[in-house]
Design a protein around this ligand. Structure first.
Ligand SMILES: *Cc1c(COP(=O)(O)O)cnc(C)c1O
Length: 428
């Protein structure tokens, strides 16, 4: 036997050496062993099936273990597995750059590759700070939305809203000022505030999740309010960093959330669905204006950032396969279908006394329950368990339940998710 100890279950063996992300192990010691996934279904070690209603954190949008993607990655595995990307290049990276640039907002010209969403935003932040530094300007402040989430590395943590995630590190953050997300009520105030604040000339960049703030429980804001803010900020040569790690690749109904907004970002951060959930990778794209501030005979003006696995050929080939699928009529048609199903479901439940509010953009649907509860409290755990018992994997955030299912979900599977939500409304 290659592996010893396989008679004990995964959950039990896990406890001995593994430390899980975003987990207080004393309060949540149990991990569920997953042995297999196909399409929209996860299979646990006891043979129970779950519909993956959140696409394993918004990654597996074309379904798990998608044969089309597997074939492309397998071909690449036999061709070229890994090579240094400093001084070398290869077909999957070149082809990916050509294909991705075609669908990114028109001002995006250059792509910097890395490994995960946090590094994508970290690099975006470094680009913005060094952009001004290279041009001889002293700009050290970053602007961000109050409830944003941009990842768990230091720069990314600094620009994220304060929470249990990053509270322990707040004395070590880079300089950040947070502004509220615009609503009909405060949009004018924010604009006035920014006009004054930006005069000082010390702001380097503004990082934002366009239209949907994922970790803030799928909070949504309006494109025209956001556009007004972006316009003012951009006029002051503050770089706009759109964190589309969650929103990218079709989830909002367009390829990118920035496609809804007239003022285009200088920098865009991508990951999660980029590689269709097959292998980790991220990209920070930028306009030629940004790139040119680094392009120099002076070596120290270069962007000296890099990761060992940058542009891993397998990851690039998975991303290429994902991009190809995204642009098929089939997937685009599925997206339109899911949008309609959510609208119909919304009509059904929006007036339920246990539903405080609902919202939707593209295939992202969220509802707030009319109950008070803590983000990490018992009721949240009860909801989670109810869904899992019903064979549905949803991960409520506080009193928000949201659906972000793969584009390949069937109507029957989606109905099962809807039914599990309806049943919870009647027992809480
Ligand atoms: C998930 C996420 C990140 C962080 O990505 P990781 O790959 O988990 O490091 C950053 N920004 C947004 C908007 C995200 O949703």
């Amino acid at each position: 036997m290659l592996y010893s100890n396989t008679s004990k279950n995964l959950s039990e063996r896990d406890k001995k050496h593994l430390w899980h992300p975003l987990t207080q192990h004393k309060l949540h010691p149990e991990m569920l062993g997953i042995v297999k996934a196909k399409g929209c279904i996860l299979f646990d070690e006891n043979g129970k099936e779950y519909i993956d209603g959140i696409s394993s954190w918004y990654t597996s949008m074309y379904g798990h273990c998608n044969d089309f993607i597997i074939d492309k990655v397998y071909y690449q595995m036999r061709q070229l597995d890994q090579v240094v990307f400093s001084g070398f290049t290869h077909e999957p990276a070149v082809k990916l750059s050509e294909e991705l640039i075609k669908i990114l907002p028109v001002n995006q010209e250059k792509l910097f590759l890395s490994d995960n969403g946090s590094t994508a935003t970290e690099i975006g932040i470094k680009m913005a700070l060094q952009y001004h530094h290279n041009r001889g300007k002293k700009r050290h402040v970053l602007l961000a939305f109050e409830e944003g989430f941009h990842g768990d590395t230091f720069g990314a943590m600094s620009v994220s809203g304060l929470s249990v995630y990053n509270g322990a590190f707040k004395d070590f953050f880079i300089d950040v000022e947070r502004i509220p997300v615009p609503t009909d009520k405060n949009a004018h105030e924010i604009v006035d505030f920014l006009r004054n604040r930006l005069e000082k000339g010390d702001v380097a960049g503004f990082i934002y999740e366009p239209l949907v703030q994922g970790a803030a429980a799928m909070k949504m804001h309006n494109a025209s309010h956001l556009n007004n803010i972006l316009k003012i900020i951009k006029e002051e040569d503050v770089l706009l960093i759109a964190d589309e790690v969650m929103t990218g690749f079709g989830k909002t109904g367009k390829h990118f959330a920035s496609d809804y907004i007239e003022t285009k970002p200088d920098i865009i951060c991508l990951s999660k669905a980029l590689t269709a959930g097959m292998v980790p990778m991220a990209i920070t794209s930028c306009s030629i204006k940004v790139y040119n501030a680094f392009y120099s005979n002076d070596i120290s003006k270069g962007l000296f950032h890099g990761h060992t696995y940058t542009a891993n050929p397998l990851a690039c080939s998975a991303a290429l396969a994902g991009l190809e699928l995204l642009q098929t009529e089939e997937i685009q048609g599925n997206i339109q279908e899911i949008v309609k199903w959510h609208q119909e479901f919304n009509e059904e439940i929006k007036h339920h006394p246990k539903v405080a509010s609902t919202r939707q953009i593209g295939i992202i649907y969220a509802l707030d329950l009319n109950v008070k509860m803590k983000r990490y409290g018992n009721l949240r755990d009860k909801l989670f368990k109810h869904f899992m018992d019903n064979g549905v994997f949803l991960r409520p955030l506080g009193n928000t339940i949201y659906i972000l299912a793969p584009y390949v979900i069937t109507k029957e599977q989606m109905q099962k998710i809807y039914n599990s939500i309806k049943s919870i409304l009647n027992i809480i």
